[in-house]
Design a protein around this ligand. Sequence first.
Ligand SMILES: [Zn+2]
Length: 342
Amino acid sequence: MKKLVAVSTLALLLAGCNPGDQGAEDATKTEDTTKEKTDDTVAKEDKKTDAEVAKEKEAAEAKKEADAKAAADKKAAEDKAAADKKAADDKAAADKKAADDKAAEDKTTEDKTTDDKKDDGKTTSSQDPEPKTPSEPESETPDVDKSDTKADLGLGLLVVVNKKYSLPIDYKPSDLVVPDISFSYSGVLEQSYMRAPAAKQMEKMFAAAKADGVTLNAVSGFRSGQRQTVLYNNYVARDGKAAADQYSARPGHSEHQTGLVFDISAPSVGNGLTAELGNTKEGKWIANNAAKYGFIVRYDKGFQARTGYTYEPWHIRYVGVGPATQIKNNGQTLEEYMKVGH
Ligand SMILES: [Zn+2]
């Protein structure tokens, strides 16, 4: 029996199965190991964190740099877009300005042409019995045939304005309107206007022409005394008074200031104010039909000695249907019809 116990104890010892201290020691060891492992992990983790932080920092810096570059690129792209847009805008503006300048130049040319042609009443032809002197008296001198005499506005639609009769510089009709007809230019200018009764008849006449397959374009209507003054003075400054008087009406002497006149032309002659218009289908239509609407070709062919103006098939003057028909049928000038001088 004692032997058995001893064997048992030995066996136990051999087996190392001491459920006492040994077990506690083992447990502690295990715990330590775990702790050590944990510390190790923590350390490892700490290490990783440092590396990651460094990495992340690097990545962040790289990202920052990339972002900065992207931002810079974006800004550059935006700047370029803005620059491109500005360049495009500038070009558009420049183009527009060039177009405007050209339009202004064209208009100036047109005005000049209009002046040249329309108000060439200062041209003294060989048929004109009254030689003009460079210094025409500015004051009213009753005994001088070509003196500057006040036009009689009381005559209404039959007012006569010519080399002899002038309007006050500040005279401007109160019933100016823009007729609803086609013009040789776009936009509305001072010269687009005409007195209402005449404008209404212009609309009828243009519609009738169109119905007959005739295309007309309005070029120049009302012109203020102020504008005529500016134009005339510019011509005098450029060419001298004597020369200016050959192609431009003096202020107050342009019939366009009455608001009863329109220079009209046709695409067939480039909307020009040219005697050539008289030979075209359109010019002939005007000569044959204008009176039906109350207009006369004010400076007709062969009228120069009686009006002081050369042939202007484009310059039509409103006088009303009755007077226009009579004037046309009698082959008269407005001065002859009104029994006044020119
Ligand atoms: Zn005219």
